[in-house]
Design a protein around this ligand. Structure first.
Ligand code: TPP
Length: 359
């Protein structure tokens, strides 16, 4: 087993890849054994993410979303990793994980609701094991390690997968989480989406280390770099890291080497700090195009299939928009309700005052 995790040396900048940028298989031995249905499902989730992302940007520009952090370019990293996570395991997302969350079972309307400014969008349905989106950068690895360690102590067969960006690795919390996970062999997969930027700060300003994956070495566990635009490689590596966690093998750090093709959020203008040439270089490495070519080679993709798929996911995205926009308005009491099991008297007083003021 564990062939992939030890195979690539992060200190040498080696990176796991199965599909190259043109969709050719460069590592047939590593190709995961996925059924045709699984392959098409992976593709569908990636296309759904792209369509939902485009819609979200338009909705924000029309004033129907508060803000939004686009996934564009990172679909393979998100879909491949989330697809490898068993239902009973827990996911800890940041603000950029719309695609991963949907794969895990979060309804798209909930993610949209969240970006429309309604915190109830963070409430995952029963059985969908997703923590609320973390806006503070780098805090959620601690939660993921804590949950994994708790599960281990209780003897529950549960692993956790935590997402964060290259910028997140500069936060103290990240290092504390990595250290704790190594010492206590917590069943956690650290999944870093190295999309090359933390807003306008390029990756080179986050660390002098050659790779982010090599940081795991100092904490005593495996770190591996994977081509984050290759959904098959991401899936294969994550699956192995999760299996290792379940087998008592402790944590793994995965650095998915990818690129944010869009702005950091709708409040950002990426053209101010990136060149057209750089973006064009990465457009050629688009994770969706690459996988489409692979599927076509297997006889699983054709123009009419694409058209049908686009129609289906566009309808789904439109329905999610409708549902989110017609969600019952939150009541002012909701602001007070969810921090304490028992509302303390100070909050009760404030709530009474608010209700009195609102009449
Ligand atoms: C603790 C903290 N500091 C600063 C911010 C402001 N902020 C929001 S996103 C971001 C950059 C995050 O970059 P990265 O971790 O690489 O993730 P990406 O946004 O590229 O997915 C910053 C500095 C924040 N939300 N939280």
């Amino acid at each position: 087993m564990l062939s992939l995790l030890g195979k690539y040396d992060p200190l040498k900048g080696e990176m796991a890849q199965i599909l190259d940028k043109d969709g050719r298989i460069v590592n047939p031995d590593l190709e995961p054994k996925l059924s045709n249905d699984d392959l098409k499902t992976l593709y569908r989730f990636m296309v759904l993410s792209r369509v939902a992302d485009d819609k979200a940007l338009k909705l924000q520009r029309q004033g129907r979303f508060g803000t939004y952090a686009p996934v564009r370019g990172q679909e393979a990293a998100e879909v491949g990793s989330a697809y490898a996570l068993p239902r009973s395991d827990w996911m800890f997302p940041t603000f950029r994980e719309m695609a991963a969350m949907v794969v895990k079972g979060m309804p798209l309307e909930s993610v949209f609701l969240y970006w429309m400014g309604n915190e109830l969008g963070n409430a995952a349905p029963e059985g969908v094991n997703i923590f609320p989106i973390s806006i503070p950068v780098g805090t959620q690895p601690l939660h993921a390690v804590g949950a994994a360690w708790a599960a281990k102590i209780k003897g529950d067969d549960v692993a956790t997968l935590v997402y964060f960006g290259d910028g997140g690795t500069s936060e103290g919390d990240f290092h504390e989480a990595m250290n704790f996970a190594g010492v206590f062999q917590a069943p956690t997969v650290f999944f870093c989406q190295n999309n090359q930027y933390a807003i306008s700060i390029p990756r080179a300003r986050q660390t002098a280390a050659k790779t982010l994956a090599q940081k795991a070495i100092a904490y005593g566990f495996a770190g591996v770099q994977v081509d984050g635009n290759d959904v098959l490689a991401v899936y294969a590596i994550t699956k192995e890291a999760i299996a290792k966690a379940h087998a008592g093998g402790g944590p793994t750090f995965i650095e998915a080497y990818t690129y944010r093709l869009s702005h950091h959020t709708t409040s950002d203008d990426a053209t101010r700090y990136r060149t057209k040439e750089e973006v064009a270089f990465w457009e050629e490495r688009d994770p969706i195009k690459r996988f489409q070519v692979y599927l076509q080679g297997k006889g699983l993709w054709a123009d009419d299939y694409e058209k049908g798929l686009l129609d289906e996911v566009t309808q789904l995205v439109d329905k999610a928009t409708d549902k989110a926009e017609n969600w019952p308005a939150p009541s002012p009491e909701d602001v007070f309700k969810y921090t304490y099991a028992e509302m303390p008297w100070t909050l009760k007083e404030q709530l009474a005052k608010l209700l009195e003021t609102l009449g």
